[in-house]
Design a protein around this ligand. Structure first.
Ligand SMILES: Cc1cc2nc3c(=O)[nH]c(=O)nc-3n(C[C@H](O)[C@H](O)[C@H](O)COP(=O)(O)O)c2cc1C
Length: 442
């Protein structure tokens, strides 16, 4: 039985329909995204490593990871979440870009460019993106949760004691963890400054991270929030759009801004973004598409597609085999999750063909991912195909697909959630199965 027949049989058992084709040559195609030229159609998603130093500089393991990614041949390398302010770090080892860490970032980017050329030849120039972030309700700058939230949320607050409202002796509710408008005004400036530093460090583009329940994503669903950043669609999208405008005004229109955008939170309305009002298990893309039009007007041509929240409903965004400790078991066949990710991205890409959309959901497909990636790209449902966990396991997956035309079964991601567990434990993150001389769970 061929790999494709074998995959079709698996899909039949799972009751899903995911296209796969044998000719994967389409993945070698260059992709133009505005002024950026991505040398092939394969990407590595941003994946936090929790291995910087306490000052936010990339550490030895950070550099090892990105050197391997760069040598691995992907045309687009999306560097992980980098904090813009210290209180917005998700852990004490999260990367943090400021004047004191700039040189270390610049060295890392230069090292990546050299590794890419040495491995793939002088014409291979991967696009390298910096993901700018504030962890919002998931901030843990000193290893202890110090949430900064947009509004009260009956679904997410209970999962985090520190975010629950407390009352003082006079029974006044203590809402100190809700960010003020003044805090957000200042934070916009911090993003603009951070973007300037990222370009100085040599990144090709900056991503205003707007997904996975972190600060910007939370604001998108801040319907209960009062003031300039909550309530109406205009106010909820203000934080992100004004940052983009300010970057362009301050640093120049030629500075490329992109976003990793969550299109569907999977959290009941009105607390979820992109959800059907009556049935939160279904998406409603009306508002995310309205936001895409705003982004398009601002010349944002590269969008990294994602959905859901790793703390609330991880199976939606990263279908797995085994959960993290204390997590829930996969409630559905992981292939169903993969199909959902491909389908939703496809709806968006087909309606916005001028965008280069980076698709997701492919790690769970293991060694068959190239065939599905090629079918998705060939049918216009994503112009770039990205992997996250697969890159930890198999940093040169792209090189093997592009040059050998196939993946090694013994190198692929097995969906064990070991990397997610390392992140939860606050340990440096990598693949505990394929890179187990370096990474192991405590
Ligand atoms: C350990 C770990 C760290 C992650 N860090 C980030 C991050 O920094 N930024 C981000 O946007 N997504 C992050 N993600 C999500 C991935 O980019 C990706 O969306 C997810 O793993 C699904 O893709 P996959 O099925 O190919 O792994 C992380 C995921 C994991 C497992």
């Amino acid at each position: 039985m061929s790999d494709i027949d074998d995959f079709k049989a698996l899909c039949k058992v799972a009751g899903v329909s995911i296209e796969a084709i044998s000719d994967i040559s389409v993945l070698s195609e260059q992709v133009r995204a505005g002024t950026l030229i991505i040398p092939n159609s394969l990407a590595i998603h941003p994946m936090e490593g929790a291995d910087g130093d306490f000052e936010g500089r990339p550490g030895e393991l950070t550099c090892r990871r990105y050197k391997r990614f760069a040598a691995g041949g992907a045309g687009l390398i999306w560097v992980e979440a980098i904090a813009m302010v210290p209180e917005g770090r998700a852990n004490p080892r999260q990367l943090w870009l400021h004047e004191g860490s700039l040189d270390a970032f610049a060295e890392m980017v230069a090292m990546m460019r050299q590794a890419a050329t040495e491995s793939m030849g002088p014409d291979h120039k991967p696009v390298i993106v910096a993901q700018l972030t504030h962890s919002g309700r998931y901030s843990k700058p000193d290893g202890i949760a110090k949430p900064l939230i947009g509004q009260r949320d009956p679904y997410r607050d209970p999962l985090m004691p520190e975010a629950r409202p407390t009352t003082d002796r006079e029974s006044k509710v203590d809402d100190h963890c809700i960010m003020t408008d003044e805090y957000l005004d200042d934070l916009q400036q911090a993003y603009v400054k951070g973007a300037g530093l990222a370009f100085k460090a040599g990144f090709d583009a900056v991503d205003i991270k707007s997904c996975h329940g972190y600060l910007v994503n939370e604001l998108l669903a801040g319907r209960d929030r009062k003031g300039r950043y909550g309530g109406s669609f205009k106010n909820r999208t203000r934080f992100m759009l004004e940052i983009i405008d300010k970057i362009h005004v301050t640093l120049g229109m030629d500075r490329v801004v992109t976003t990793r955008l969550g299109f569907y939170d999977g959290i009941p309305y009105p607390y979820g973004w992109g959800v059907d009002k009556q049935d939160y298990t279904r998406c409603d893309l009306t508002e995310p598409k309205k936001l895409l039009k705003e982004l398009n007007d601002r010349d944002v041509r590269l969008i990294n597609f994602t959905i859901a929240n790793p703390y609330y409903n991880p199976h939606l965004g990263r279908p797995f085999n085994q959960p993290v400790k204390g997590g829930y078991a996969e409630p559905e066949d992981p292939l169903r999750g993969v199909q959902r990710l491909i389908d939703i991205a496809g709806q968006v890409q087909r309606e916005f063909p001028e965008l280069a959309l980076v698709g997701t959901g492919y790690s769970r497909l293991g060694y068959r991912m190239g065939h599905v990636a090629a079918a998705t790209k060939a049918s216009g449902r994503a112009r770039v195909i990205g992997v996250g966990r697969m890159a930890f396991a198999y940093p040169d997956y792209a090189k093997d697909l592009l040059i050998r035309g196939t993946l090694d079964k013994n190198k692929v991601c097995v969906g064990c959630s070991g990397c997610s567990q390392l992140l939860r434990n606050g340990q440096p993150v990598g693949c505990v199965v394929r890179d187990n001389k370096v990474y192991g769970l405590k």
